[in-house]
Design a protein around this ligand. Sequence first.
Ligand code: FAD
Length: 844
Amino acid sequence: MAGGSFDVIVVGGGPGGYVAALRAAQLGAATAIVEKDRMGGTCLVRGCIPTKALLQSSELYSLAKAGAPFGVVADNIAFDWAAAQKRKTAVVDQLVKGVEGLLKAGGVTMVRGAAKLAGGGAIDVAGERLPAKNIVIATGSAVSSIPLKGAELTIDSDAILELKEIPPRLAVIGGGVVGMEFAAMFAALGSKVTVLEMLPQILPMVETDLVNVYAKHLAGLGGEIHTDSKVDAVVKVRSGLQVRFSTGGEGGAVDADQVLLAVGRSPYTEGLGAEAAGVKLERGRVVVDDHLRTSAQGVWAIGDVIGGIMLAHVASYEGICAVENIAGHARVPDYHAAPNCVYTDPEIAHVGLGEKEAKERGLEIRIGRFPFAASGRALTLGQSEGFVKVVADAGSGRLLGVHIIGPRATDLIAEATLAVQNGLTLEQLDLTIHAHPTLPESLMEAALAAQGRAIHIANRRSPAAAANPAPTPSPIAATLPLHNRERQMVAPVKPTAPPAPAAITAKKLELTKENRDFLLGIHRTMQLIRRFEERAQEQYTKAKIGGYCHLNIGEEATVVGAILPLKLTDYIFTSYREHGHAIARGIDPKAVMAELFGKETGTSHGRGGSMHMFDAKLRFMGGYGIVGGHLPLAAGGAAAIKYRQEKDVVECLFGDGATNIGAFHESLNFSKVFDLPVLWLCVNNRYGMGTPVEKASAVADIYKKACAYDMESIQVDGMNVREVLLRTSEMIEKVRTDSQPRFIEALCYRFKGHSVVDPDKYRSAEDKEKFRKADPIVFFEHELETSGLADEEYFKSVRVEVEAEVQEIIKFADESPDPKVEELYRYAYVGEWEDRPELRGDPL
Ligand code: FAD
């Protein structure tokens, strides 16, 4: 059989187990998978796939019966259950074979038999002991039972899939997903379906307004739903079976030919020897920590067996997380955007928070709804029941949840899931062009409706109110320390020039009316940099920009906060790549983009491209290619200032990677020995290329490196623009006053990785998520909004305005002339060009 020892053995070949095994093999682990039944587990063999195959048959049957208005006329339409079963089996067989093929191709050893944990990093299977460095338990779940009189007369979800004929009368005990999918299937096939649910609502995890639509549809097919109904017994009667139940103390009975007992599933560990091997169980489920480790060394668990969200895609996701953790990553599963689908008719799907749940959490929300009856595509399909409902944060417009009942809801949820997972706002959703006529347009319309701007239905609020909604404090923002919570109308704002550094005080940065124009000016600059960089990235991928292209996305607070406090006579030494620094300094963004395009109108006449940004008038010395190479130049610049006895300051910006090279230490040392007026500013975006700072640097806190030179140094929150502004301003004034170098470390995060071409695989999803949530622009907007200085409409207008400006910038750059080939040496030798004809190139 298998033989040898493995890095990873996965027990259970369901969607959790086989996906984990494939990923482990991809990661280079010697991997085995043990399955006692068929590969594919519950999902492929008796769950997701066979049910959906049969549901497809019942859907086709319903459509065919309703074909006449579409022009499809067929007499004597009948349903062949045996044929449907045959097709279902073929689909299952094909997929099981497919999984086996994938495992084989992936180099995973398949072992048949029931595995038992042997303890000490081994399993026993089919009389053999297999040692493994890591074991992943993925044994899934089994049908739950309840102590019910006559339970032996019922069938479960496994047995109902194998019925030989369609029951004329079907009673379903349990109104969960499995029960409701079978109820929908058999009702469509002509069974008289009765559902008995103990709770006040069937599908308890689905919002009531969606459930009502399904219940109505089922009623239209002759189905009945009894909620608050406790089943007491199933008995045999002359005509078949009878389910006896009580609703609010009153007895009831329903006759049936088959009774489906669908009261849920329980984690399955039978015969696994889990507890004997040190794996802790709690009410049958395997207990795991947030990295999916069990209590036993080297044993992990995923999927239905750990409880929680018992769905196939969640099991697969956990499988990937677990083996990536085994491989040394740090993956903590994030379930906030796990979609949930119910394949009833109409279909139901939801993701994220519901209206009720959000309110229970005390969140202020906006709701938007769009009925499929108003969707062109739904009408062409002849399936216009249902609606899309979006739930968003009232303040920020961030999407919290989406709930759909209607045609292909289970496919529609994909876009919503992406949006919720990535924290998109209603506006980002509605500004995305949706193809027409399609069902996803309904999601866009629901997002518009939440803002009172739906196009294809009447809006609930007046257009005026929709155009200028009152700013609503979001719960997150409400917890921020603010100096001023007054509400006021937001007037159109003209960004103002930055005040002199000495004028940047804590008072000047307070969120008050007096400071509003200045603060909104800062906000606009941050937005301009963000949009500039996003569009620069696009231009790079279109090959309009050559060389390297490093983006400041995510660093706007540090960039703007560090540069605005400088006087125009101060010098900035930064590396070649910082477009945002140039824009914050006031260099015309058109010249910055033109430089990136290598055009004559660029800051360096197109000679530097993405490698050299320079503006003598604004004292912006942005040009030296090697990491940290500009630090000695900054020290030299500061020496020159001192020599001339001027009161200017040099600010030298660099990344954390630059602090690991000799030039960094020499420059700091030199500046301290000669008392040079330089502010060293480390933009610590936590990764030097792909290496986390804590792994690349001798000390995790980079500002401490400056202590070695007896230099005053501080660390600031680089995601908070007001903090960076204030602290930088204070430090610059100290440097100016006593001509002593100082050091700031601004902790921030670059959202786009090291450069445009960086695949950015080294940062974990959690890391990205954590910092994305701390987006400096969103944070600042929250501050401005909750203090009444600006509202969502204003932010939107800035975004629109800035987008238009950046489009102009790109147009300018694109239409600008290229440098003449014979003059490429021009500007490289200051002042010597006209007198040195030998430097000119030959005309091509
Ligand atoms: P499973 O798929 O249960 O796989 C566990 C495997 O482990 C099994 O093959 C079992 O034989 C094997 N095993 C157990 N013990 C041992 C042992 N000791 N040694 C060796 N092998 C062992 N989910 C959805 O997301 N979408 C749906 O549409 C959907 N529909 C469903 C419909 C029905 C009727 C049912 C019952 C479930 C449905 N589910 C659906 C749920 C889904 O099937 C499960 O969530 C999913 O299969 C769980 O995956 P898993 O890998 O954790 O376990």
